[in-house]
Write a protein that binds this ligand. Structure first.
Ligand SMILES: [Zn+2]
Length: 109
């Protein structure tokens, strides 16, 4: 067992774990149910959940996958795009250029 990463977001770790499992990497999430105090919801505790790789020999592979995952996340969220037609910068959530109406994706230059 070797720790790959940690996050305050259990949801994010579960997504990463899914991503790795799909690639054949065995993972385990620790601190998933933090604390022993029944009056405190787990999300209110400050202990971060940890993602561990079960097999040491898969660790480097897992690290590469994690990097790719993070790059994919960055690409799909919050990145402005530049119109191939008029070179205007558009927000990530615009499907068409606000200036000339050219579609954001799949448009040839
Ligand atoms: Zn445009």
């Amino acid at each position: 067992m070797r720790k790959l990463c940690e996050s305050p977001s259990l949801v994010e770790l579960r997504l990463i774990a899914n991503y790795l499992e799909h690639a054949g990497v065995k993972t385990a999430i620790l601190n998933e149910h933090q604390g022993g105090n029944p009056g405190v919801p787990h999300w209110a505790l400050s202990v971060w959940a940890e993602l561990w790789i079960s097999n040491e020999h898969q660790f480097e592979h897992a690290r590469g996958l994690l990097q790719r995952y993070r790059e994919e996340q960055q690409r799909s969220g919050g990145v402005d795009w530049v119109c191939a037609g008029c070179k205007e910068t558009n927000p990530d959530n615009f499907e068409f250029c606000w200036q000339c109406g050219r579609p954001a994706h799949g448009a040839a230059i």
